[in-house]
Structure formats: C-alpha cells, structure tokens
Design a protein around this ligand. Structure first.
Ligand SMILES: [Zn+2]
Length: 80
C-alpha cells in the first residue's frame, strides 16, 4: 500500500513540524537541546502530545472527502 506509506510519511513530517512549532525551547531559542521537546521526544511522544492540536488543524470536510475517495478506489463503497 504505497499510498498509505506516503500518507504516513506526510503525517510524520507534519507532526514533527507541529512539534517544532509548539516547542517552547524553539520559541525562546533556548541554547540547551534538553529544553527542546521537539528534540527530546520520541515519535510516539510527539504524536501523543500533539495529536489534539493536529486534529484541531485538520480540515475535516476535506479529510472525509479524501477518505471517501480512497474507499471508492479500493472498492469499499459500502463504508462510505
Ligand atoms: Zn525545539
């Protein structure tokens, strides 16, 4: 499923960017890397701590249309 791999890569990149945007250490340009949640967090921690903010940023109407299109292309119209 190359499409899902591509979506997952894009999602990871987006979550990492969001982690940097929300990092207090980046905001104040703290010289210590230990003060940067964006550098210290694991991928799982980045997802957990930024999920709500990411969800709030989603264009949910556009997402639902994309999911519907994906289901149709996979022959799964019954889930639309
Ligand atoms: Zn940072």
């Amino acid at each position: 499923m190359a499409e899902l791999d591509a979506v997952f890569k894009d999602l990871c990149a987006f979550m990492n960017d969001l982690s940097v945007e929300r990092c207090y250490g980046c905001e104040i340009s703290h010289p210590s890397q230990r003060e940067h949640a964006c550098l210290c967090a694991t991928d799982d921690e980045i997802f957990l701590t930024n999920f709500d903010a990411a969800f709030d940023l989603l264009n949910k109407d556009k997402l639902l249309l994309a999911v519907r299109d994906l289901l149709r292309t996979r022959g799964l119209e019954k889930f639309c």
